[in-house]
Design a protein around this ligand. Structure first.
Ligand SMILES: C[S@@+](CC[C@H](N)C(=O)[O-])C[C@H]1O[C@@H](n2cnc3c(N)ncnc32)[C@H](O)[C@@H]1O
Length: 212
């Protein structure tokens, strides 16, 4: 499996274009649901060395537990610039931000204790490749903690999502009809828990670990 440069450039461009609007676009959902889900996910993070894939504008930074050190990576430099501003605004000391593609990371094998992603594997061009890289850079027994949206369980809704997916991807760089739990398994992770968070299980919390 290798990185597809055209698809990766497309995703980077979409997120660089969206960066200025991203926080405003998500404002309502953040206040109603996402912040609560983020807080709950990060309360479970043990560390001490944590990788956050697709850190975006840094919405998780306020929830990083003080006892862990988080390395956040993102493909889009304009998203990362927003994350840097957020990090400085709250004077966060326990993290670093790097421009890096999750599909081909510069880290050595078994660098991290845990990996976290929130709403990311809907947009990583090759999600299984990215999840395999995540598996490589985490220690044996290390955990993957995810909040992701994916293909709904009710068949009618799933069909509608599959139908509109190409148009949404073209506009926003995001896929709304991915079978993300199957992608996690296909990459070699062992699933511990999948918790549906919304109607049709579109949003789910996934906890998995790397085999020893
Ligand atoms: C929907 S945003 C989510 C941002 C953030 N995690 C959050 O919870 O708000 C998806 C992010 O994943 C990043 N991304 C997509 N593909 C990536 C890749 N291959 N490597 C690293 N980051 C990637 C995008 O640039 C974008 O910032």
């Amino acid at each position: 499996m290798t990185v597809n440069p055209e698809q990766t450039t497309f995703t980077r461009k979409r997120y660089n274009t969206l960066a200025a609007l991203y926080d405003a676009m998500e404002f309502g959902m953040e206040r109603r649901q996402f912040q609560r889900w983020r807080q709950h996910l990060w309360q479970d993070v043990q560390g001490p060395r944590v990788l956050e894939i697709g850190v975006g504008t840094g919405k998780n930074i306020p929830f990083y537990p003080p006892r862990v050190f988080v390395t956040g990576i993102d493909l889009a430099e304009k998203m990362l610039a927003k994350a840097l501003l957020r990090m400085q605004a709250i004077d966060a000391q326990n993290n670093a931000l790097l421009l890096m593609d999750a599909q081909t990371m510069a880290f050595s094998d078994a660098t991290f204790d845990e990996v976290v992603s929130t709403f990311v594997f809907c947009s990583v061009p090759d999600p299984v490749l990215g999840l395999k890289e995540a598996l490589r850079v985490v220690k044996p027994g290390g955990r993957l903690l995810m909040l992701e949206h994916m293909l709904a369980e009710p068949p009618t809704l799933a069909r509608a999502m599959t139908y509109v997916d190409p148009a949404i991807h073209w506009m926003m760089g995001v896929h709304i009809a991915r079978p993300t739990v199957a992608h996690v398994t296909a990459a070699g992770w062992l699933i511990d828990q999948v918790t549906p968070l919304s109607y049709g299980a579109i949003f789910r919390r996934i906890i998995a670990h790397k085999p020893n």
